[in-house]
Ligand binder design. Structure first.
Ligand code: PLP
Length: 390
């Protein structure tokens, strides 16, 4: 007798993208410092000092009887939920109640958790998109359909489907991988679509702090979004928290599916499946959201946006059509007719630059590559210089 494994995981298509990239890079036997890696989505700058100060103080407090913390509230400490609500109000112009905020260990696990709390509705995912949406939906046993998003629409997903059935709709702005930012009117159109079709939007705002234009940074800037949307936020890229792990899920009190409160279901789920994000990490997040921390985060994002500008100019000058790179740390390049992998090899051979093949984000990503500007400025300058030479 054997115990069956979860077939949904067993049947996932192999995630060969990063393995294949690694293999092709190591086959080139670059000597130290020769490879410019613009393929990874990890950050290169350290944490804001305000976050570190809070984390150190919190860790020291754990050694004292009077300041030691054991289990915290599953939905997060009040000090951090208040800070997130203040951040939404002051920096994004969106009214969110601390009671609707659930602190978690980052956006990726939140995406799966949200799906596991929902019923059988079809999950609509743009193509291309962050691969975790489709993988998490498949593991949760959902039916997935992809919404083709192409250069014709400027890589902005638009609600062009019939409003005859409800979907769970994943939207991401600024988007990974395309770096595009959803205009206000399209965001409004998605909320209208969700209201009429009975759909639920899962809005991924992991890159909101990179927005410098007047685009909305939260779905809750749209009136009525609190009736049809969950938002997932993260400090990973904007505050350098990829190794700290902290994010949040916002489930508004007014969000109902039929006569069931989604927030009540979510609270129940969290209570059963999660014991809270580490106190030390929550204190670090609190530091990152303080006045000083927010100023430092703006500085971090500006650094990456400057890299993006350098890279955008270099690739545009070389004749490529470039999307993103403003309001976003990602650039999305049309390879000019080459397959994504062929262009990957070409750039590796000719310039020693590693990129991410766009086909790894969905069928519509074929013929494109993603460039990450979350690198150091030295790497961005070196890549630009090499682009000028080839
Ligand atoms: N959402 C998007 C669009 C991302 O690109 C990423 C990470 O790259 C995440 C979510 C995951 O973020 P976290 O580090 O908070 O899990």
């Amino acid at each position: 007798m054997k115990i069956a494994v979860n077939e949904h995981i067993l049947n996932l298509s192999e995630n060969y993208l990063f393995t294949e990239m690694k293999e092709r890079i190591s086959a080139k036997k670059f000597i130290e410092g020769d490879l410019v890696d613009l393929g990874i989505g990890d950050v290169s700058l350290p944490l804001p000092a305000a976050a570190v100060r809070e984390a150190v103080e919190a860790a020291k407090g754990m050694a004292e009887l009077s300041t030691f913390h054991g289990y915290g509230p599953e939905n997060g400490h009040e000090f951090l939920r208040d800070a997130v609500a203040r951040y939404y109000a002051c920096d994004m112009g969106a009214a969110v109640s601390p009671d609707d905020i659930f602190i978690c260990d980052g956006a990726k696990s939140a995406i799966f958790s949200v799906l596991s709390a929902l019923g059988d509705a079809e999950v609509l995912i743009p193509d291309p998109a962050y691969p975790a949406y489709a993988d998490c939906a498949a593991i949760a046993g959902k039916k997935v359909s992809r919404l083709r998003v192409t250069e014709n629409e400027g890589f902005i997903p638009v609600p062009s489907l019939p409003k005859t059935k409800p979907y769970v709709i994943f939207l991401c702005s600024p988007d990974n991988p395309t770096g595009t930012v959803m205009p206000r009117d399209i965001m409004q159109a998605w909320v209208d679509f969700a209201m009429v079709s009975g759909s639920l939007i899962v809005f991924d705002s992991a890159y909101e702090r990179f927005v410098k234009s007047d685009a909305y940074r939260s779905i809750y800037c749209i009136p009525g979004a609190e009736l049809c949307s969950i938002e997932v936020g993260s400090l990973s890229k904007s505050a350098g928290f990829t190794g700290m792990r902290c994010g949040w899920v916002i489930v508004p009190e007014k969000l109902m599916q039929g006569n069931v409160s989604v927030r009540r279901i979510w609270r129940r789920r969290v209570g059963s499946c999660y014991n809270g994000t580490s106190y030390v990490v929550q204190r670090a997040a609190y530091g990152a959201l303080s006045d000083e921390g927010r100023r430092e985060c703006v500085r971090l994002c500006d650094y990456y946006l400057n890299n993006a500008a350098i890279l955008k100019q270099a690739f545009s000058k070389s004749g490529y059509t470039v999307f993103g790179g403003t309001d976003s740390p990602y650039l999305w390049i049309n390879t000019g007719g080459m397959s994504s992998w062929r262009f990957f090899d070409h750039m590796l051979d000719k310039a020693g630059i590693a990129l991410t093949p766009g086909c790894g984000f969905g069928e519509c990503g074929e013929g494109y590559v993603r460039i990450s500007a979350l690198c150091t400025m030295d790497s961005a300058l070196l890549a630009a210089e090499r682009m000028g030479r080839i």
